[in-house]
Design a protein around this ligand. Structure first.
Ligand SMILES: Cc1cc2nc3c(=O)[nH]c(=O)nc-3n(C[C@H](O)[C@H](O)[C@H](O)COP(=O)(O)OP(=O)(O)OC[C@H]3O[C@@H](n4cnc5c(N)ncnc54)[C@H](O)[C@@H]3O)c2cc1C
Length: 366
């Protein structure tokens, strides 16, 4: 049993007068910046990145609804009820992070992703699922986490659907951009359930996965070490193959835990690129990078899951995305391959648009 309502060490401080502003770019950045303040005072360079990013992402509806801060009280930065998500897998991620800092991401990307897989197994698999999945990994099967759907980002449009056909579950799969998803392996596949607002997660074992059509897609990343693949077809899965632990928000929980580790890896990779002369990090970019790295480190030490932690992690990923794309935009990255990798990582595990959209929807003051 996990105790409920744990107190997280990381909380947004009570609001100060810092945000008494009518400057639109700063107001637009507020849903992100207010969350990041939980980690400490924001360096100017980071606030500038958030302002630019937020203004770029404002859509018509957001502009139409945007209010002046003086017109409404700044909302309480809600923390929400919390639960513990304790796992012992972070030691593996920490060990790989040290290697990334020494040698960059390319050679350590797959071991790093394996640490994420272990976190998912430990938190959301039943003992039976856990044992069987570990045996598959030991047999050399690849594991894919397939969320991005050929039907686009909105759940209602997803082509991947689970239908209960007289007690048998037929899974129609049409997934895109999965890491090494074209290879022999097993997967957790997110699917729409007709009439349900949350996606369900199904384990698809190697025998069934083999029957799906799998193709590699696009050019590889990280000096050829990371290839994406698309998967489609239809398989039958058992009722016991659905991930039940974690409840309907299983994907949110998983992403909230692994995203800050990923952000730390990206910041370590940036430092390594700079040390290799492949990236020019000026003082301001360095300030932003150190803040994000330190904030992500604080977040990975917390094993508390709450509305507040979900929001902070989205804000962190947004900040990381904006730093990466800003570096590419300014010409600080020397080689095409590195530019392309950094832009791709600004989408993987959460694009700025998605993060911003979610943060803004949950933030009542804008
Ligand atoms: C290297 C890499 C590895 C990946 N690995 C996996 C994996 O293993 N498994 C997996 O499932 N997925 C994977 N992905 C996919 C990744 O999760 C998605 O790219 C990510 O979720 C972002 O979604 P998106 O690319 O659709 O972009 P988004 O930017 O989120 O765009 C989605 C939609 O939002 C709208 N939108 C975007 N920007 C704006 C704007 N400014 N204004 C208005 N509307 C806008 C558009 O309708 C757009 O089509 C990977 C991607 C990369 C690059």
């Amino acid at each position: 049993m996990h105790p409920a309502n744990l107190i997280d060490d990381i909380r947004t401080p009570a609001q100060t007068s810092t945000w008494k502003t009518t400057d639109l770019p700063t107001l637009a950045a507020l849903p992100v910046a207010a969350r990041l303040e939980a980690f400490g005072p924001l360096p100017d360079a980071l606030l500038a990145l958030l302002r630019e990013g937020a203004v770029r992402l404002l859509d018509s509806d957001m502009i139409i609804r945007q209010r002046r801060l003086g017109d409404v009280a700044l909302p309480e930065i809600e923390e929400g009820a919390s639960t513990e998500l304790r796992h012992d897998e972070s030691a593996l991620a920490e060990a790989v992070l040290e290697q990334i800092a020494q040698q960059g991401l390319a050679d350590h990307f797959k071991p790093f992703m394996r640490s994420f897989i272990r976190i998912m197994f430990a938190l959301f698999f039943t003992p039976d699922q856990y044992e069987r999945a570990c045996a598959c990994l030991d047999d050399g099967y690849h594991f894919s986490f397939l969320m991005s759907d050929a039907g686009g980002p909105t759940l209602a449009g997803w082509q991947s659907v689970a239908r209960n056909d007289q007690g048998r579950i037929r899974l129609t799969v049409d997934k895109v951009w999965g890491i090494e998803a074209h290879r022999e392996g097993m997967a957790v596949i997110a699917a729409r359930l007709p009439g349900v607002f949350f996606p369900a997660a199904y384990l698809v074992w190697p025998e069934q996965y083999r029957s799906l059509r799998r193709v590699s897609y696009g050019e590889p990343f990280l000096d050829g070490r990371l290839q994406l693949g698309n998967v489609n077809g239809e398989v039958e899965v058992g009722a016991g193959d659905r991930l039940k632990i974690g409840g309907p928000t299983v994907f949110n929980k998983y992403l909230t835990i692994v995203r800050p580790f990923f952000v730390r890896a990206l910041m370590a990779h940036l430092e390594w690129l700079a040390s290799e002369g492949r990236l020019t990090l000026d003082e301001r970019a360095g300030d932003a990078m150190r803040f994000i790295a330190d904030a992500a480190r604080q977040q990975t030490r917390s094993q508390v899951y709450s509305f507040g932690s979900v929001q902070r992690v989205l804000a962190l990923k947004f900040a990381s995305n904006e730093l990466l794309s800003g570096l590419v935009r300014s010409g600080a990255v020397r080689e095409f391959g590195d530019e392309r990798d950094l832009l791709a990582f600004s989408k993987m595990e959460g694009s700025s648009y998605r993060c911003y959209h979610e943060l803004r929807t949950s933030f009542k003051g804008v």
